[in-house]
Design a protein around this ligand. Structure first.
Ligand code: ZN
Length: 57
């Protein structure tokens, strides 16, 4: 389960579970990065990739 997502702007988004993470990430994107849109799957894939490549953060 993915619960953390590092945004390229430096913000780390933390959710209680995967669905919460996606909801918070979409909120953040909508407020801070309007014009970019990602779907549920893409956000979870990014979070998974970051978790598996932890030195990226
Ligand atoms: Zn951001």
């Amino acid at each position: 389960m993915e619960t953390r997502l590092g945004c390229p702007c430096g913000e780390t988004i933390v959710g209680e579970d995967s669905d919460d993470l996606v909801r918070r990430a979409l909120d953040h994107l909508g407020q801070q990065h309007p014009g970019r849109s990602y779907d549920h799957e893409e956000i979870l894939l990014m979070a998974k990739w970051q978790r598996e490549n932890a030195d990226y953060l």
